[in-house]
Design a protein around this ligand. Sequence first.
Ligand code: NAP
Ligand code: F7E
Length: 368
Amino acid sequence: MKRALITGITGQDGPYLAKFLLEKGYKVFGTYRRVSTPNFWRLQDLGVLNKITLIPADMSDMSSLLEAVTIAEPDEVYNLAAQSFVGNSFDQPLLTSDVDASGSTRFLEIIRHLKKNIKFYQASTSELYGACEKVPQDEHTLMIPNSPYAAAKLYSFHMTRIYRHSYGMFACNGILFNHESPLRGLEFVTRKITNSVARIKLGLQHELRLGNLDTKRDWGYAPDYVKAMWLILQQDKPDDFVISTGEMHSVREFVQEAFNVVGLNWKDFVVSDERLKRPLDVYQLCGNNGKSRKVLKWKPAVTFKELVKIMVESDLGRWQRYMEGEVFPWDAPNHSHEVDIVSRNVVRDKEKEAGKSKGKGKFSLKGW
Ligand code: NAP
Ligand code: F7E
């Protein structure tokens, strides 16, 4: 029986991957962080919580990672753990680099010293392309990160490649474009939209505050994407692959489509909030998945429209059941929808007003 260790098993992708690997007959181990309120709801939602073995570990703590590998004795490691919210990386840049950059290196070092034939999957991202204006992006496109998150992930992308070439390790990058699902965190724009649309439809919320509606993303469906992670580690040779749908839509289109699902006009509810705009954003991401289609024989199954419908209907169903008395498992009722979170953007905007900050909010290759 093959053994897999998934870091960050409590996030969006972890439970889908765990389910996929369990169905393939793997023994699955996953790392989780000790937190004051347990967050196993996604694992519970997919019915895998009692079928996996959980190991406490933090990406910033080398000894706990070593312990996790020693306990799990994995054939394959899927390194999904990360401070993955781009917006927050501007507020916590040092934490982000410790977890997302040094954390992966800690893992690569452990494998190098312990057992070099453990296969390693690094959760790389389309955010690496950042300010690059070429679309669609493929495995050879220039990478110009536009956030502390992307910079940290670029470091890990290269370290994975470097360990592969220096030490002959089976270390691979999946350059995954945005992928979403009903298990997506509420801070990400898609789930924020679908959760709000559901609440608005049921009269529990009256407006939806959003930042930049013009940015474009290549949004796919998370269960399709975890299959690609596994395929990447099943190849004869270690390599890096873009995983995407090849289609790009704006945040505005996502909003419009989500309100369409419940028969409402988005313009009646969406409010623009400057504070939700990032110091620097990434304007257009669209992946060329030609290599993964050809080599991995992978292709996405769920379309953009289907994805939006799946997410809206899932949130709608949850809130309807909540109103009938169901409270668990699920994240949204614990989330304060009226909360006012002050981020460093606010400080930056004040500095801009006072003429102290030169941040333009947009970086382009011109003049670089
Ligand atoms: P996610 O929902 O944010 O989950 C991240 C996971 O990492 C959670 O289990 C989280 O634990 C854990 N984690 C965070 N900080 C940690 C630390 N210091 N030590 C140990 N664990 C820590 O992310 P996701 O959407 O599943 O994405 C999985 C991976 O793919 C991430 O590396 C992300 O950056 C990358 N990625 C995601 C996308 C996407 O569109 N979803 C695209 C490209 C790449 P808690 O539950 O305790 O917070
Ligand atoms: O933002 C805009 C925002 O936070 C998408 C992570 O999984 O995918 C994700 O990163 C866009 C941005 O995802 C709001 O400015 C407007 O342009 O959903 P997001 P992301 O930044 O693309 C990549 C591939 C990863 O690797 C990351 O880990 O939407 N936007 N208004 C907003 N975004 C948020 N979050 N909230 C808003 O109110």
